[in-house]
Each structure stands twice: as structure tokens, then as C-alpha cells.
Design a protein around this ligand. Structure first.
Ligand SMILES: *Cc1c(COP(=O)(O)O)cnc(C)c1O
Length: 378
């Protein structure tokens, strides 16, 4: 048995032993038909997660972490002389803006406060005033804070103005139910270590075949990270253009098997149970959230540091880490925060156990319980 760790960071997440062990297989050359057949099934199963019609949508696998998907979508799906619009209310949308700047892609960085739902009328205004926007990119769950963005509405606006809509669903896909068509998504993405609870190193994009076909003649801005090139290779040979992460793919296949066994709704209910247990534990200690609960994605809780001279995140982290629980720093430049996430193969009981350890950590550091904040506001 492999020592079980409870990861409360925003991915990679806690995996089952069966997913871990699925990587231990006889050596195989990934150019064998047997391996291509496995990838075909994996790609078909990924479509099912977001209820994508295989006649219209395809999934394309890449070797790399989730950021690669954002890179691929932005650099591959923008026609010449057109603009990208990024709906930016957090660290992952800011990353998309940064990717545009590295490729020199014309980009409208439409910034919104990190703790608020983006103003749809301002998105519409940007689309109306810039008819050359061909690609709109947004983040579903801004993992840095845990805010959930209204992708269905943003997608509807993108389509109203004739733009393609790409959504970073890395921290929702296979957790919070997504219906690609109803949610107005042309392209979404994730990596194997988050929702499908498998290993790092495999990422995938699910999107409209006809748009990928059309992008064949768009400016080629990357070789390794070109969407059409990888798609075309899968279509013609059933293989990745270059060496795939073989063992990681075995783990992902097992992860998907377990995903379908658990079921979309049961899995989302489990994540919700974990999320509610996190809130309960934090409330009992007096911690405050960064994002109003009704705006949260149900997967990431961003917590404000207490005003207590004894509070030391690193110390609390190390205390918990030594006892099998991993907590994670925040990603907001203006506020000191940490995060507790509901991803992975964990349940309510793990959170109850975590809070027992976390409370001990606070006591060990002489942090006052309940937690103190200097202002009175609840
Ligand atoms: C995890 C995550 C990514 C990918 O991050 P990597 O470090 O490249 O794996 C991208 N977008 C969001 C919203 C994420 O949560």
C-alpha cells in the first residue's frame, strides 16, 4: 500500500491506489496499434465528460501541464489581423494575457476585480467596439481565488459577435458538470491531474472540429503547440505527433474508468460535501473568505490570513504537511491568503481529520482561536 496523502492544493490532487498502480504496465512502444486504440477510447471518453457530440467535437491530447492548453488555444485559433479578448479577473486569465504577449498576439486585456463576477455589459461593449475580436478567452473557475465565472453568458456574447469562445476549465472539468453545447463553449481544456484524478503530464483540449479544420490556414506561431498539427496527426494516424506520456495515459484511462463508475452527479456531490466541510471547519475557527460564498466555484476556498502576529503560514503548512495534509498559498497579489481545495479522491471525513490537525497546528503556533481580524466586520 502506498502512503495516502490528502492534497488540499489546487491540483495535482489525491489519487486512488488503482490509478497509481495503473502506471505499472509492461513496456510498450506507443507507436503500436494497441496504444493508438487506447488513446482513441480515451479521446472518446473525454468528450462524454462534457457531453460533446462526437460528430461536432473532438479531443486532442498533448504532453504537458495545463498551461500548455491555454498556449495552444490562443496561438492556434487566432486568424491573421484579428484580436483576442481575455476576460481577466484572476491569475489564470492574467496568464492567458501573458501568453498573448509572448506570441505578440493583439489582445484586449479586459480587467475586472478579482472578487467580482465580470460585468457582462462591459464585455459586450468591448465586442461591439472591436469587430476584429475573433477569439474570446475566459476562465471557468479562477483557481487563484475560487470565483466561478459566468461562462455561458460570456460564450453567448462571444457568439453574438461572431467570435470563437475558449474556456479554461482546467479546475472544473470532470468535477463541476459542464455541457459544452449548452454552456456555449467552442473549446475547453484540462489536464489529467485535476478533475479526472490521474497523473501530471497529460493535457487535453476539447473543441469544435470545423474550427480546428479552419485554423489549418491561420498563422503558424508554434510548432510543438499547434492545435491543427496535433489534431491532424490524431486523425490520420491515431497517434500523438511526438512521444506521448505513456504511463500517464494508462493512469488517465484508469482515472476515467473510475470517473464513470462514480458518475458525474455523485462525483460533484462528493466535491460539494468536501467543499461544505471545508467551509464548516473554517467558520468554526472564525476564518474569513476572500470571495463571497455565492460566487464561489464550489471547489476552491480562498482564506484571508488572520491578524495575529503568531500566524505563520509556512509553519502551519509544515505542521500539516508532516501529518499528511497539504495546504496551499493564495494567488492574489494584494491580499495575504491561503487556499483549501475540494479536488481529488477525498471525502468529508478527510476534511474533518484535516481540521483536527489544522487546529493543533494553530495551537502549536500560538494563534488565537477563534481567529482574530482587526476590523469588526463579520
Ligand atoms: C491548474 C490550472 C492550470 C494549469 O496549470 P499548470 O501548472 O500548467 O498545470 C490552468 N488553468 C487553471 C484554471 C488551473 O486551475
Amino acid at each position: 500500500m502506498i502512503k495516502r496523502k490528502v492534497l488540499l492544493n489546487p491540483g495535482p490532487s489525491t489519487t486512488t491506489d488503482t490509478v497509481k498502480m495503473a502506471q505499472v504496465v509492461p513496456d510498450i512502444c506507443p507507436r503500436e496499434k494497441e496504444f493508438a486504440g487506447m488513446m482513441k477510447k480515451l479521446r472518446d471518453d473525454l468528450l462524454k465528460i462534457v457531453h460533446a457530440d462526437p460528430k461536432e467535437y473532438t479531443s486532442v491530447l498533448f504532453c504537458g501541464s495545463g498551461t500548455l492548453n491555454i498556449d495552444v488555444c490562443l496561438n492556434s485559433l487566432l486568424p491573421a489581423n484579428k484580436k483576442v479578448l481575455v476576460v481577466n479577473n484572476g491569475a489564470y486569465s492574467a496568464r492567458a494575457v501573458e501568453i498573448c504577449s509572448y506570441y505578440g498576439l493583439p489582445c484586449i486585456d479586459l480587467k475586472f476585480p478579482f472578487d467580482q463576477s465580470p460585468d457582462l455589459s462591459l464585455i459586450e461593449k468591448a465586442l461591439r467596439e472591436n469587430p476584429d475580436i475573433a477569439l474570446v478567452h475566459a476562465t471557468h473557475n479562477e483557481t487563484g481565488t475560487g470565483i466561478l465565472n459566468p461562462i455561458r453568458d460570456i460564450g453567448a456574447l462571444a457568439h453574438k459577435y461572431g467570435a470563437v469562445f475558449s474556456v479554461d476549465t482546467t479546475s472544473t472539468l470532470a468535477m463541476r458538470p459542464i455541457n459544452i453545447e449548452e454552456d456555449n463553449i467552442d473549446f475547453c481544456m484540462a489536464s489529467a491531474q485535476k478533475g479526472i484524478m490521474a497523473m501530471t503530464g497529460l493535457s487535453f483540449i476539447i473543441g469544435k472540429k470545423n474550427i480546428i479544420e479552419e485554423s489549418r490556414n491561420y498563422p503558424k506561431r508554434s510548432y510543438y503547440c499547434n492545435l491543427f498539427l496535433q489534431y491532424d496527426c490524431f486523425e490520420k494516424t491515431g497517434e500523438m505527433h511526438f512521444t506521448p506520456p505513456v504511463q500517464t495515459i494508462y493512469a488517465a484511462i484508469q482515472g476515467l474508468r473510475e470517473y464513470f463508475e462514480e458518475g458525474e452527479l455523485a462525483k460533484w456531490e462528493r466535491h460539494t460535501r468536501v467543499f461544505n466541510a471545508i467551509h464548516k471547519g473554517l467558520e468554526e475557527l472564525g476564518f474569513r473568505n476572500v470571495i463571497k460564498k455565492e460566487l464561489q466555484s464550489g471547489l476552491v476556498v480562498s482564506v484571508i490570513y488572520p491578524d495575529d502576529a503568531s500566524w505563520d503560514f509556512a509553519k502551519v503548512h509544515d505542521y500539516c504537511y508532516e501529518r499528511g495534509f497539504t495546504i496551499y498559498p493564495g494567488k492574489i497579489s494584494t491580499t495575504n491568503t491561503f487556499r483549501l481545495c475540494a479536488l481529488g479522491a477525498i471525502d468529508e471525513k478527510d476534511i474533518v481529520n484535516f481540521f483536527a490537525t489544522f487546529k493543533d497546528a494553530l495551537k502549536d503556533c500560538n494563534v488565537a482561536i477563534p481567529i482574530r481580524y482587526n476590523d469588526k466586520e463579520a
